[in-house]
Design a protein around this ligand. Sequence first.
Ligand SMILES: NC(=O)c1ccc[n+]([C@@H]2O[C@H](COP(=O)([O-])OP(=O)(O)OC[C@H]3O[C@@H](n4cnc5c(N)ncnc54)[C@H](OP(=O)(O)O)[C@@H]3O)[C@@H](O)[C@H]2O)c1
Length: 172
Amino acid sequence: MEKNHNNEYKVCVTGGAGFIASWLVNKLLQKGYTVHATLRNLDDDSKVGVLKSLQGAEARLVLFKADIYFPEEYENAIKSCQYVFYVATPLFHTEGPDYKYKNTSEATVDAAKSIARFCERSETVKRLIYTASVVAASPLKDDGSGYKDLMDETCWSPFNISVPDITDFHKA
Ligand SMILES: NC(=O)c1ccc[n+]([C@@H]2O[C@H](COP(=O)([O-])OP(=O)(O)OC[C@H]3O[C@@H](n4cnc5c(N)ncnc54)[C@H](OP(=O)(O)O)[C@@H]3O)[C@@H](O)[C@H]2O)c1
């Protein structure tokens, strides 16, 4: 990864206290990166405490509050970063007068679009990495008649084909 003009790397990791994300934060800190990690609740000591205990966290870990259901909250965390990992994912749907999405898929996709827009607007982000479910990608042909010869970034699971055990959560 390339350094910025201050000769440092800044990487944003969304949902920083999650299973994959916390290992990623740990690895990035070990390698000397400055990490902007997001969590929904900065008062949750069980999660914040783990992240703050990581080696290098005191000097190079900055925590931001952000929730996929309020995607505008990600912009501050993304600003000035060169790389963004979109790892946060809502396992359960949240409803209420303040929540505008019908389900987790809708919220996740909208947040992905917002995060991509913030990356572009930052003028610093060089790459956005999105760890969705592996079920989102498939070499299946659009008409379900078989498999494509090659698997690349154009291969997404077709929505029009019913595949048993694939829920909206997996598709998101
Ligand atoms: N684990 C695997 O083996 C695996 C394999 C393939 C793909 N993946 C994909 O990798 C991603 C991460 O997986 P994981 O296993 O690390 O998940 P995880 O441990 O459940 O972590 C997900 C994180 O998402 C955050 N989150 C939940 N709802 C949110 C919301 N409404 N807004 C913002 N953040 C929210 C939570 O953060 P807070 O509660 O702290 O805010 C949580 O720490 C997922 O997309 C998953 O599908 C995982």
